[in-house]
Write a protein that binds this ligand. Sequence first.
Ligand code: HEM
Length: 210
Amino acid sequence: MVGVQNKEFPHFFTKGREVGTHINARHLRHPVKSLKVIQETLAVFGPEGLTQCPTYEQLQELKYLDKVIKETLRLFPAVPILGRNIEKDENVGGHILAPDSTAAIMVFNIHRDPTYYPNPDVFDPERFTPEEVLKRPVGSYIPFSYGPRDCVGKKYALLQMKTVIARILTKYRVLPSKECSKMEDIRLEIRSTLKLLETCTIRLERRVLA
Ligand code: HEM
């Protein structure tokens, strides 16, 4: 934690938790995708799943889970709006942004722009195969921001999310609740971070591995 300013501390401890909630509540409960993630988890960690501290190399092998997490952060970016101060005249698509103003970068909207993501509201991890990623401009996917002030914790965050999700899926099946069983039931609140409304809950059922 050396060198981290106080104002950044809460971010270190909370971000993974918020995003974890999004992932659990939405996509681990999809039966087919969840099955593929658990199959991959068993292939990497053995028949008992993730029961011990994983190695970095093992986490790199969770390629399908990697795509699931990326697609989740596309649909539900933990930081849905970024702000930047404009220091000098900037021409953005013919619009001049004046110095001393603030630009709001709508990450949520960029991530659902059909120019880059056909059927943008559909959850499809295959958007994040290496070939598909190369077809899009880098600025079309910015859950960790972009450029010199992007997230210093992005690699750590991905490792953390993979570990937590593989562990949860080893032990539990994630199921929808009655109140929140379809994508349309999911209600969001856009603040400085993206929040799920209270009613969007999930159910966990203990998994018995063969
Ligand atoms: C899924 C989890 C995470 C997401 C989506 C995320 C997202 C972001 C975003 C969008 C920014 C840029 C904010 C801006 O430009 O206004 C940022 C900055 C930052 N993040 Fe994260 N973050 C995550 C996890 C983490 C973790 C785990 C750490 C630390 C271990 C971390 C440390 C930081 C720091 C220190 C900054 C400020 C960088 C700077 O201003 O130079 N983040 N994060």
